[in-house]
Write a protein that binds this ligand. Structure first.
Ligand code: FES
Length: 165
């Protein structure tokens, strides 16, 4: 080969397909970055799975709006989601999603039986923890986490129960 040509183009055509060190490092850096971003995404997802999704806190009512042994309907977490705030006879507050876990009929609070009753197929849930007391509901009714802030009662999250197998 011509020596002038060889000095200007020192790489043979066969070697032209080899990846340069710079290209290799660039690829390695991009791959490491993608792996790091993927790892952070997995870590964030597992945190959400452990704690459950977070919701925008919502003012339900004032403590003066509800009497012991009664219930007050409200919507949470979305404006279309039915929920029920209950003040038990012992004056403690609890709240639940209002849709039955069987076929989504709205449940009602029965103070005398201390339960949430679904009239569609005689399903019932405990007012203490939302567990199924009777009927076809396949799993407990989701409990809404509430927080008392002075005179205000706020919905701040949802406790999801494990489904029965
Ligand atoms: S919808 Fe509630 S028991 Fe069937």
């Amino acid at each position: 080969m011509d020596t002038k040509l060889t000095s200007n183009f020192p790489v043979d055509w066969e070697d032209d397909n080899y990846v340069t060190r710079r290209e290799f490092l660039k690829f390695g850096t991009l791959a490491s970055g993608a792996f790091a971003v993927g790892s952070m995404g997995l870590a964030a997802w597992s945190t959400v799975k452990e704690r459950g999704p977070s919701f925008e806190p919502t003012l339900i009512a004032l403590t003066s709006d509800i009497e012991p042994g009664t219930a007050l309907p409200f919507n949470f977490p979305r404006a279309t989601d039915l929920a029920l705030l209950i003040q038990k006879p012992d004056k403690n507050y609890v709240a639940y999603a209002r849709r039955c876990t069987h076929l989504s009929c709205p449940v009602v609070y029965e103070v005398k039986n201390s339960r949430l009753f679904c009239p569609c197929h005689n399903g019932a849930f405990s007012v203490e923890d939302g567990s199924v007391l009777q009927g076809p509901p396949p799993h407990p009714i989701p409990q809404i986490e509430i927080e008392i802030r002075g005179e205000e009662i706020w919905a701040i999250g949802i406790k999801f129960h494990e489904a029965h197998s």
